[in-house]
Every structure is written in C-alpha cells, then in structure tokens.
Ligand binder design. Structure first.
Ligand code: P6P
Length: 337
C-alpha cells in the first residue's frame, strides 16, 4: 500500500527546499488548489446546471465568454483574495490587472497570472478543459502593486502549473525543482500525488497542430509538418497527429507520451494565438522543468520580453529533440496569404 501524499502535505514537505520560505508560497498554492476543486465541481456537472454555453459577453480577446469561463475566473480571484498571499491577478478574462491589496493582502508579495478556463469553447462537447497559472514575486517595493509587477519575463516565475479537468482532474505544477502531478480523489476531496517527478520523453512521435490552418502557415511550418508525415522507419515516421484543441489537454498528453504542440503564426494570428503571460510562459516553465523545450520558433519562450498584458506569441513546445528538429526549419518566415 503506497503512502497517500496530499497536495497540502507535499507543499509543506517541499517548503523545506526553500530555506527562507515563510509559508506564503505554500499557502498561495493551497489557495489555487482550493479554487481548482470548486471549479472542478461545476465543470463535472456542467451539463446538469445552467452553466453551459455562451455567457453573452466578449472578453478582451474578442472571444465569446462561456458561463463557466466567468465562473472559474471569479472562483480563482475569490480564493486568491481571501487567501491573502496575492496582491495582483492578471486574468485572460479581464482587460486590466486586478489589485487584491486589501487589508488581508496588504503585504502580499505574489502576483498570479491565470487563464481560468483554457479551451472553454470545448466545454459543451465534453472535451477536457483546464486552468493555467503562473506565480511571480512582486518587483516594486513601494506603494500599490503596479502593472510592471506583472509584466515580467518567464524566467522570473517562481511557480507555474495547470489543472486539467478531464477523465480525472489533475493539478500539475513546478516551483523550479521538478514537476509533480496530483490527481483529485473525489472520495476524500484531496489532490493526491500520483505522478511524482514528471519527465517528458526526450523524443516523441506525436505532433499537435490545427492543420486546418495549413494554407496560412509559414512555409517552414508547412515543411516541418511534411517532415512529420514522411515515411522513415529509422525515425519512426510518419508521426501521429493528435490535436484536442485545448492547450492544457494537448500539452499534458505530450508531457506524458512525448510529442510537440505547435501554435504558429498564421495569416489571421500574425503574432500567434496563445497568450505569453498566462498560457505560453507557465507551460514553458513547466515543460522545461520536465526536461522539454519551448520556443517561439526562434527564441526561448521564457526569455521573451513582455510589454503587454495580453501579448500573444507563437509556441513550439514539447519533447526536446522534436522542438530542436522543428527549429531547424524556418518557422517564422513569411506567412503566405
Ligand atoms: P484553434 C482554446 O481556445 C485555445 O486558447 C487553446 O486552448 C487551444 O490550444 C487553441 O486555443 C485552439 O485554437 O484555433 O486551433 O481552435
């Protein structure tokens, strides 16, 4: 009988790895875990309550907000507000930063960036969706927290992770000392360690990209896709094409099995579609910690300068050998209209 280690127990044990930690980061991760359980409860019964479908609003991205998007956004912000360890939240669902520096959080030193419900357009068809988060330390030291506290490069992250609401609900995160996965046990309402020290296979045989956009890809991306499809038993090609259309699900699948997830620039998304702050950076930090690689086709994602809250970036992320092979193609060259 293997020992059951809950997320809370694991966080406390890991705290010993941070000699100067006073428990704030531990409590912040706990707060995220609590909100994840609440969101999971609603996602798992979405078809039974009036929480499916379009909320009638449009977010800053111009995307139709789903009712569950807004519900998830509110739950994470509420948990972070009451937890008192976070002074600013930057969320996909909100145009500006949300300051939480209330009495409880007056001295809070952490920033959380979040995509509360990634892949939400898949909710109504029961495809896995997820939450993606990053945690930074506040940079400014005086006065109220500012936007500059949020606009930090990916290398400044102190923690990052995701929750995937799928056949089971998992929370996968890193604090820079490896990646660990926890599966929610509904019978006790706890995330329990199920995937210790996760490592992405160095090579993989799965490529994940929306080939419906093929005609609008840069020629280098088209060439890489053709490389994946050419018969070559020595390199186990053709690779399998697997695209779920939910970044968390696609990246999680490739983390477990090996593979590459690609969202390149296209004619309709000249800077890429995915957001650097709360999708690309957290996934890049986590996948690098699992031994993988993440670039924008030219530069390491974590090194990219960030100037806008909802800045987008192309992303090539996954097994180290696959991303390196893809980089040998000219992935950012001119998009053919
Ligand atoms: P497309 C979901 O809307 C999302 O933001 C990511 O989760 C996903 O990887 C991507 O967009 C899918 O985009 O254009 O292929 O439908």
């Amino acid at each position: 009988m293997t020992e059951t280690i809950t997320l809370g127990q694991f966080i406390i044990r890991q705290q010993a790895d941070f000699p100067f930690a006073k428990g704030e980061l531990s409590r912040l991760l706990r707060d995220i875990g609590i909100a994840a359980k609440i969101v999971n409860r609603e996602v798992s019964k979405a078809g039974l309550i009036d929480i499916l479908g379009d909320a009638g609003g449009v977010n800053i991205q111009g995307e139709h907000q789903q009712k569950l998007d807004i519900y998830a956004d509110r739950q994470f912000i509420s948990a972070l507000k009451s937890g008192g360890e976070c002074c600013i939240v930057a969320s996909e669902e909100n145009e500006g930063i949300i300051r939480l520096d209330t009495d409880v959080s007056k001295n809070a030193k952490y920033i959380v960036t979040i995509d509360p419900l990634d892949g939400s357009s898949n909710i109504d068809v029961n495809v896995p969706v997820g939450t993606i988060f990053s945690i930074y330390r506040r940079k400014t030291t005086e006065g109220r927290p500012q936007l500059e506290d949020v606009l930090q490069k990916g290398t400044e992250q102190v923690a990052a992770g995701y929750i995937i609401y799928g056949s089971s609900t998992m929370l996968v995160y890193t604090t820079g000392k490896g990646v660990n996965g926890f599966t929610l046990d509904p019978s006790i309402g706890e995330f329990c360690l199920s995937h210790p020290n996760m490592q992405i296979p160095e090579s993989g045989f799965i490529y994940s990209i929306n080939e419906g956009n093929y005609v609008h890809f840069p020629q280098g991306v088209k060439d890489y896709i053709k490389y994946c499809q050419i018969e070559d038993p020595a390199t186990k090609r053709p690779y399998s094409s697997r695209y779920i259309g939910s970044m968390v699900a696609d990246v999680h699948s490739n983390l477990i099995k090996g593979g590459i997830f690609i969202y390149p620039v296209t004619a309709s998304a000249p800077s890429g579609k995915l957001r650097l702050l709360y999708e690309c950076n957290p996934m890049a930090f986590l996948i690098e910690q699992a031994g993988g690689r993440a670039t924008n086709g030219d530069e390491r994602i974590l090194d990219l300068e960030i100037t806008e809250l909802h800045q987008r970036s192309p992303i090539f992320i996954g097994s180290k050998n696959m991303v390196e092979k893809a980089e040998s193609f000219n992935l950012l060259n001119q998009v053919l209209q």
